[in-house]
Design a binder for this molecule. Structure first.
Ligand SMILES: *[C@@H]1O[C@H](CO)[C@@H](O)[C@H](O)[C@H]1NC(C)=O
Length: 246
């Protein structure tokens, strides 16, 4: 199991680059869809996208083991809310990979008895639950940081200064709202790891919501969000200090 975990964490970087390419293809296909001169290119991009997607499924075969290790680690966290959110997120992620692996086996013809459509929906559902738990965690961390900042005297001074310096804002909007937005933005600015993780999770959210038909967005939006989230994924892998902890 250790060897599998080690190997899959090493292939994570590769997968993120493939993922970014896959969504860049999807976005380009969407942008070029009405251009008859580019029909050839669109067809090439489509086949590239399909191939990358199939290749990524193969690379993801060991990810279930990775997620199970992550579940075990998350269960040891001392903060109750974090423990619940991260454990649930990783359990759903493990279930997602199990569905994903079964779909891979179905696609290559190893097992034929499973219903592709149903398992694909199961996979999207698990992915969605994992994202919702991750976003709950982000929200919880942001609220805690905001409370902390709000109690900080140095920050209070800064906030009062901001509120007194922006009369045009104070006139049109509610001062409490202005203070809240200021506190929120300052919090996100001081903790870029949390800000990045939140943006990434929100971007990812559009993918399962679209697949499950809960919120139908355009193929362009899904491609764009997938690309942004993949680029953030590459960034946090290249710069581990930007990665949310735990
Ligand atoms: C949820 O967060 C965990 C830990 O940060 C991460 O490993 C996992 O990939 C996230 N889930 C999804 C679906 O992005």
């Amino acid at each position: 199991m250790d060897a599998v975990v080690k190997f899959t964490s090493q292939s994570q970087g590769r997968d993120r680059i493939f993922r970014a390419t896959q969504y860049a293809c999807a976005l380009s296909i969407y942008l070029l869809r009405n251009n008859p001169e580019r029909k050839d290119l669109v067809n090439k991009l489509k086949s590239l996208e399909t191939n990358i997607s199939a290749g990524r499924k193969l690379l993801r075969l060991g990810n279930t083991a990775n997620s199970i290790v992550a579940v075990k680690q998350a269960m040891r966290l001392s903060d109750r809310v974090l423990r619940l959110c991260i454990t649930a997120a990783n359990i759903n992620r493990a279930l997602y990979f199990i569905c994903d692996n079964l779909l891979w086996a179905r696609n290559v013809g190893l097992i034929l008895s499973i219903d592709k459509e149903r398992w694909s929906i199961n996979a999207s559902r698990c992915y969605l639950y994992s994202l919702v738990m991750n976003l709950t965690r982000d929200l919880y961390v942001i609220l805690q940081l905001m409370l902390q900042k709000g109690r900080d005297n140095h920050f209070k001074q800064k906030m009062n200064q901001h509120l007194s310096e922006s009369p045009e804002v104070a006139e049109v909007t509610i001062p409490e709202l202005d203070a809240f937005v200021f506190l929120l933005l300052e919090t996100l600015r001081s903790e870029p790891t949390v800000a990045l993780d939140t943006v990434k999770n929100i971007c990812d959210l559009f993918i399962p919501l679209d697949k499950l038909g809960i919120y139908k967005s355009s193929a362009g939006l899904v491609g764009f969000c997938g690309l942004v989230s993949s680029l953030i994924g590459i960034l946090t892998l290249a710069r581990p200090t930007l990665r949310i902890k735990p």
